[in-house]
Design a protein around this ligand. Structure first.
Ligand code: NAD
Ligand code: AHE
Ligand code: ZN
Ligand code: ZN
Length: 370
């Protein structure tokens, strides 16, 4: 079949919206019509050429919501008409990782996914006979996409797909990092570095965890408005403290440091600040931001010897098939917000504008509606 898609032909070049060919689902695969997709900073990161795994040409996008159109042989858990969220972290339920009880990082198809291919080692997308690669196993910047069955979460059909698509990455990542990875305890002091879709979701998670104080940190003070509405209590622009390292500012403001910090930017220098603003003896820093090829983190080992902890979190530690539908239901019950995060709704033809809005810091999320 043909599908409209935004193709990234090369790193650093604008996406081109055009018709491409899409092969139908093979064994264990499903064809999904994407109704809406968010644009996450990770899409921009890969498009920029900084992603060590970045391959081109590719159809980006990993924060979608859609409806199953067709299933391939052997698919039993979903059927046409089911509403689904594509999962860049699938859940096979049987691999060593899925059965460990210790991680959400299912590895059943990670190798082929990282090469932009379906589990059988081929691509379903092409143009004039030339393959176009998949991205993060999802490629939601295409109106129709083919996904492995283990990479779709079946959700409540009453949920608005133009909102819950953000549970495909940003909102789940932020809330999950607080509740699953850090396990923030009531009364804690929390610092959030970077107030995009991820950082704002961390703030929501911290409120859900009943944190006592939530410090919101960003170079763009316009972000403080929403951070305050969501429940942040302190607002810090590092540009206001040029002569003092920001970790020192935070340690002084919080009687020795925060209990938990979250890096939601992808800047290795900020990752260091986020660790070093943690309280001696117990403070934990969670790295969520994704850093470019060749970047490395550093700190004095003494920071860890004296009890601070560095952790990372992918997709908020959430297992997609078994736990994400519950997040959709919790949103529907009003336990957390998604709607205010949708700053702009754009047609696929304006997807490059969505990237511009992100780089200009004008949106929390743009949602592409097909
Ligand atoms: P975003 O672009 O919407 O937000 C980033 C924010 O950081 C912006 O508000 C920006 O002003 C702020 N910022 C930039 N540099 C800063 C600095 N030096 N100090 C303070 N603030 C600064 O991005 P996003 O979509 O929220 O994603 C954030 C990061 O999380 C990205 O690196 C993305 O790739 C990553 N991410 C990781 C996961 C995961 O599972 N680990 C999931 C989604 C996104
Ligand atoms: N490909 C990059 C790493 C990118 C990365 O860390 N991705 C996160 C999700 S970001 C979503 O917006 C993730 O889940 N990582 C786990 C995984 O298996 O990819 C690189 O550095 O090579
Ligand atoms: Zn993302
Ligand atoms: Zn698995």
């Amino acid at each position: 079949m043909k599908t409209r898609a935004a193709v990234a032909w090369a790193a650093g070049k604008p996406l081109e919206v055009e018709e491409v060919d899409l092969d139908g689902p093979r064994t264990g695969e499903v064809l999904v019509r994407i109704v809406a997709t968010g644009v996450c900073h990770t899409d921009a990161f890969t498009l920029s050429g900084s992603d060590p795994e970045g391959l081109f040409p590719v159809i980006l996008g990993h924060e979608g919501g859609g409806i199953v159109q067709e299933v391939g042989p052997g698919v039993t858990s979903v059927k046409p008409g089911d509403h689904v969220i594509p999962l860049y972290t699938p859940e096979c339920g049987v691999c060593k990782f899925c059965t460990s009880g210790k991680t959400n990082l299912c590895q059943a198809i990670r190798v082929t996914q990282g090469k932009g291919l379906m589990p059988d080692g081929t691509s379903r997308f092409s143009k004039n006979g030339k393959p176009i690669l998949h991205y993060m196993g999802t490629s939601t910047f295409s109106e129709y996409t083919v996904l492995p069955e283990i990479a779709v979460a079946k959700i409540n059909p009453a949920a608005p797909l133009d909102k819950v698509c953000l549970l495909g990455c940003g909102v789940t990542t932020g809330i999950g990092a607080v509740l699953n990875t850090a396990k923030v305890t009531p009364g804690s002091t929390v610092a959030v570095f970077g107030l995009g879709g991820i950082g704002m979701s961390v703030i929501q998670g911290a409120v859900m965890a009943k944190a006592g104080r939530i410090l919101a940190i960003d170079m763009n003070p316009e972000k403080f408005v929403m951070a305050k509405q969501l429940g942040a209590t302190d607002f810090i622009n590092p540009a206001d403290y040029k002569d003092t390292p920001i970790q020192q500012v935070i340690v002084e403001l919080t009687d020795g440091g925060v209990d938990y910090s979250f890096e939601c930017i992808g800047n290795v220098k900020v990752m260091r600040s986020a660790l070093e603003c943690c309280h001696k003896g117990w403070g934990e820093s969670i790295i969520i931001g994704v850093a470019g090829a060749g970047q490395e983190i550093s700190t004095r080992p003494f920071q860890l010897v004296t009890g601070r902890v560095w952790r990372g979190s992918a997709f908020g530690g959430v297992k997609g098939r078994s736990q994400l539908p519950g997040y959709v239901d919790r949103y529907m019950k009003g336990e957390f917000k998604i709607d205010p995060f949708v700053s702009a709704v754009l047609p696929l033809e304006q997807i490059n504008h969505a990237f511009d809005l992100m780089h200009e810091g004008k949106v929390i999320r743009s949602v592409i509606q097909y």
